[in-house]
Write a protein that binds this ligand. Sequence first.
Ligand SMILES: Nc1nc2c(c(=O)[nH]1)N[C@H]1C(S)=C(S)[C@@H](COP(=O)(O)O)O[C@H]1N2
Ligand SMILES: [Mo]
Length: 199
Amino acid sequence: MGIISRGFQGRRRGDDDRLPPGQYLVDDFPVLSTGPTPRIPLERWEFAIDTETAQTHRWTWPELMALPQETPTVDIHCVTKWSKLGTGWQGVSLDTLFENVESAAEYALAYSYGGYTTNLPLEDLLDGKAWIVHKFDGEELAPQHGGPARLLVPHLYLWKSAKWIHGIRLLDEDWPGFWETAGYHNYGDPWREQRYEGD
Ligand SMILES: Nc1nc2c(c(=O)[nH]1)N[C@H]1C(S)=C(S)[C@@H](COP(=O)(O)O)O[C@H]1N2
Ligand SMILES: [Mo]
């Protein structure tokens, strides 16, 4: 990238470098859900990390809110080819949630209220790469986008960012989730265009 020019052509130079292969930019925020939007009252909401040795760590809503909050601004990429740049969120880093979790597992399966699941290597949730977010663009996260809270793993295709997150199960073996079982790529790196199994 040589020249930086802002506010000149409407779209900033550099946006193209932020767009993975085969993606196009959108300004709106499409909703993609496989089923109805579950409604979870905050008094009953709970997030859990279940380890491979059957240790469970649980957080209620007030407990999640009391943890250090981060405000990541990230680009998101859906496998249906839309990308949205510079989205602003608020939530808790998975590093914070994993602080007291002892595990030697390599794999994670995120599971949601409503039954959705998605798998990823545990290391893709750590080191500042993933959050449980509950605000988008300064507002409470809307139910259709995963509110009260969703997983946000922006370096992978957005199907890995489970909406209505309920917990993360740590596993010694990789268990494919909903889309991964249905022929989508097991890992889903947008920069390597890993859309489908075999890509
Ligand atoms: N629980 C749950 N999470 C989900 C999905 C879903 O159907 N259920 N869809 C996934 C897919 S395919 C995408 S592209 C994103 C869409 O998020 P959005 O509806 O906020 O754009 O959520 C992901 N997380
Ligand atoms: Mo998607």
